[in-house]
Design a protein around this ligand. Structure first.
Ligand code: PEP
Ligand code: MN
Length: 360
């Protein structure tokens, strides 16, 4: 897929001087609830109203959405408030109904993006549409599956595209409902700088107290927009109660978020930056040289393991290294998570090289 400027034309056409904000409840519950929230969002920086009509729930017996009647309520929102309207579609019937009700922005949910069959079915049903289609990241941290979704839509001649980062599910305990794994969307943005990236801090956080910080991180990383679940009575919401905020709180959040400039021509900033970057370049160079030297020594160890017929993996030694490095890292203000990732990568490379030496 080439990197096409046209993918973000829909967003540029808004001519916003702030990030795009999509807000509204997790689920449409009643006509009153939908219109009440929409009316509170009407004269704010919110551009589009969201509400789930069909809800993918992990366990049966939970609220699964009001179904197509909710689309009529969304149309009322558009007529009464002028907000654009958006909802999740998960099969070709949803697409057909959403298009019939003139939904402006359709998104593919995290549980659908994992299935190429479903994404293809949706892409076929949307073929050639002028509507905006956003693809949420799949629940698992798989960048190619996420991009594959975009490619399927692009191949169906759908031009107004974008991504929603909603975090990745994890078995490990975490303060997040879905861990952000920021490096994944950052890599996507590096590869496809023209594909709009929207953050969904609500599903990342799972907890309304984290929404602000997650949103600020997204803006610091130059995201194009935010999708924030907003409900007039969050605690009594029929789905995702703990992560929703009131319209009033949403407005405060939008006011307090700091928008950073992508860059500036200011001279002092430029000079400082050049200075600091030169220092980083010197250190990066030294890091590489040292890694190269370390790997040569690894090769030598491989040689003596080979002549003594000893196994490549020496768990005891490896655990000693890790333990020592975590402690030393702590003193240097380097997180355990970082040290683990770094040394696992170094150790793996050492093993690969010794395997080669031992089997030559
Ligand atoms: C939602 O947006 O309400 C939703 C179900 O999100 P996700 O697909 O990210 O779980
Ligand atoms: Mn939700």
């Amino acid at each position: 897929m080439e990197n096409k400027k046209e993918m973000r034309k829909w967003l540029d056409d808004f001519k916003l001087d702030h990030p795009l904000v999509i807000a509204g409840p997790c689920s449409a519950e009643t006509e009153d609830q939908v219109l009440n929230i929409a009316n509170q969002l009407k004269d704010t920086d919110v551009s589009a109203f969201r509400a789930g009509i069909w809800k993918p729930r992990t366990k049966p017996g939970m609220f699964e959405g009001v179904g197509s009647i909710g689309l009529k309520w969304l149309q009322k929102v558009k007529n009464e408030t002028g907000l654009l309207i958006s909802t999740e579609v998960a099969n070709s019937t949803h697409v057909k109904l959403a298009l019939e009700h003139d939904i402006d922005i359709l998104w593919i949910g995290a549980r659908s993006t994992v299935s190429p069959f479903i994404v293809q079915e949706i892409a076929d049903a949307l073929k050639g549409t002028e509507k905006v289609v956003l693809v949420k990241n799949p629940v698992n941290p798989d960048l190619s599956l996420w991009m594959g979704g975009i490619e399927r839509l692009h191949s169906s001649n759908i031009k107004n595209l974008g991504l929603i980062h909603r975090g990745f599910s994890t078995y490990e305990k975490s303060k997040y409902r879905n861990i952000p794994e920021w490096q994944i969307p950052v890599e996507v943005m590096n590869r496809f700088p023209d594909l709009p990236m929207i953050c969904d801090p609500s599903h990342i956080s799972g907890n309304r107290n984290l929404i602000f910080d997650v949103s600020q991180t997204a803006l610091d990383l130059n995201y194009d927009g935010l999708m924030i679940e907003t409900h007039s009575d969050p605690d009594n919401a029929w789905s995702d109660a703990s992560q929703q905020v009131t319209p009033k709180r949403l407005v405060e959040i939008m006011k307090d978020l700091k928008m950073r400039k992508i860059t500036t021509d200011e001279e002092e900033y430029q000079n400082n930056l050049i200075d600091l970057r030169a220092k980083i370049d010197v250190i990066d160079h030294a890091l590489l040289e040292n890694l190269g030297k370390r790997m040569k020594i690894s090769d030598n160890i491989g040689e003596i393991k080979r002549s003594n017929n000893v196994a490549v993996l020496q768990n005891k030694r490896w655990n000693e290294i890790l333990g020592k490095m975590i402690l030393e890292g702590e003193k240097l203000d380097l997180s355990e998570e970082f040290i683990l990732k770094l040394f696992k990568a170094i150790h793996q490379e050492s093993i690969n090289r010794q395997e080669k030496v031992i089997n030559k």
